[in-house]
Ligand binder design. Structure first.
Ligand SMILES: N[C@@H](CCC(=O)N[C@@H](CSC=O)C(=O)NCC(=O)O)C(=O)O
Length: 306
């Protein structure tokens, strides 16, 4: 929707006294452009906005392929790993050529709130800033801002991203890397009505059993492990009962973080197929991700364009 159209709608709603819708529109009007670059047959944008979910400014990238006026496009959300901002994927994965080829919008958020300083949020690279783990924190210190699950599933998907890109909300998929692979699997499986296709590069598959996951889940959710289950891909997959899913996972055989990832715990079920491809020689880096990016776009395009 264009700014002028939003403004018109805003005025109508002021007159009608609809405060909930008004709030939504105010948020949309607040997404400001940080950068814009031509890439293949489309444009790579970066936006900043004030997030009511994380209660601070958030930055995200969005690639929009060239399209017809009023045309809505299938869309992928990409969730990045530990230490990343929105920029690692944008600058290193080469995804734009595939997004352009398949005419798929890609939204790629940051991995944590950044606009607030909480004591301890920068002490280590696997917790706090750059390590939001795509959960809604419940431990008091983090609970106000560290709400990356809701930020992705609600605010960014339903509100902010559609205000800057022509997203077809009926054709959205999700993928990610490492911590972001964990996010893609758990968010995708828990929200089948919102995310129709899922894939992951070297995801953390069973965080409740590994040091990265135990540290993050204890820190954000507290010691009661029963609250951790909805954020564990292998556990969520075991109990998944929704529409049939076909999940693609690529894993490098020479990944130095393999003990944190446990891909073997992702077991196919009656409701979800898992194609786990162990790729010889590949490590955990963006060289690995870039090598299989084309296959992941083929996977999502097949499902979203069926
Ligand atoms: N501390 C190291 C390693 C951090 C690292 O490898 N991060 C990965 C994700 S790991 C799981 O979520 C990553 O994607 N890094 C960004 C990149 O551009 O490679 C370090 O800080 O390098």
């Amino acid at each position: 929707m264009k700014f002028e159209e939003l403004l018109y709608l805003f005025r109508v709603l002021v007159l009608a006294g609809n405060s909930k819708k008004l709030l939504k529109i105010l948020r949309r009007m607040a997404a400001t452009l940080v950068s814009k670059n031509q890439s293949f047959q489309g444009k790579q944008y970066v936006y900043k906005h004030a997030s009511p979910t994380t209660q601070c400014d958030m930055t995200f990238g969005v690639y929009i392929p060239d399209h017809e006026p009023n045309e809505k496009l299938p869309t992928l959300f990409y969730l990045s790993g530990l230490t990343c901002t929105h920029a690692n994927f944008m600058e290193k994965s080469g995804f734009q050529q595939y997004a352009s080829k398949h005419k798929i919008i890609v939204v790629h958020p940051d991995t944590s709130p950044r606009g607030v300083d909480i004591e301890g949020d920068s002490d280590s690279w696997d917790f706090g800033k750059g390590a939001g783990f795509y959960v809604n924190a419940t431990v008091e210190k983090w609970a106000k801002n560290y709400r990356m699950y809701d930020y992705i599933v609600k605010e960014l998907l339903e509100d902010v991203a559609p205000s800057v890109a022509p997203i077809d909300l009926g054709r959205v998929g999700i993928f990610g890397h490492s911590m972001g692979g964990h996010g893609a699997l758990t968010i995708g499986l828990r929200n089948p009505e919102k995310f129709k296709s899922i894939s992951a590069f070297a995801p953390i598959c069973n965080p409740i059993t590994v040091p990265w996951g135990q540290k993050a889940l204890t820190g954000y959710l507290g010691p009661d492990q029963s609250t951790w289950q909805p954020y564990d891909a292998s556990e969520v997959l075991k109990t998944y009962q929704g529409p049939r899913r076909e999940i693609l996972v690529d894993q490098g055989a020479s990944d130095n973080f393999l003990e944190q990832l446990k891909p073997e715990t992702l077991k196919p079920t009656e409701h979800a197929g898992v194609v786990l491809r162990i790729q010889p020689e590949f490590d955990h880096s963006y060289y690995f991700i870039a090598s299989f990016m084309g296959d992941h776009f083929e996977h999502h395009a097949r499902i979203l364009k069926a």
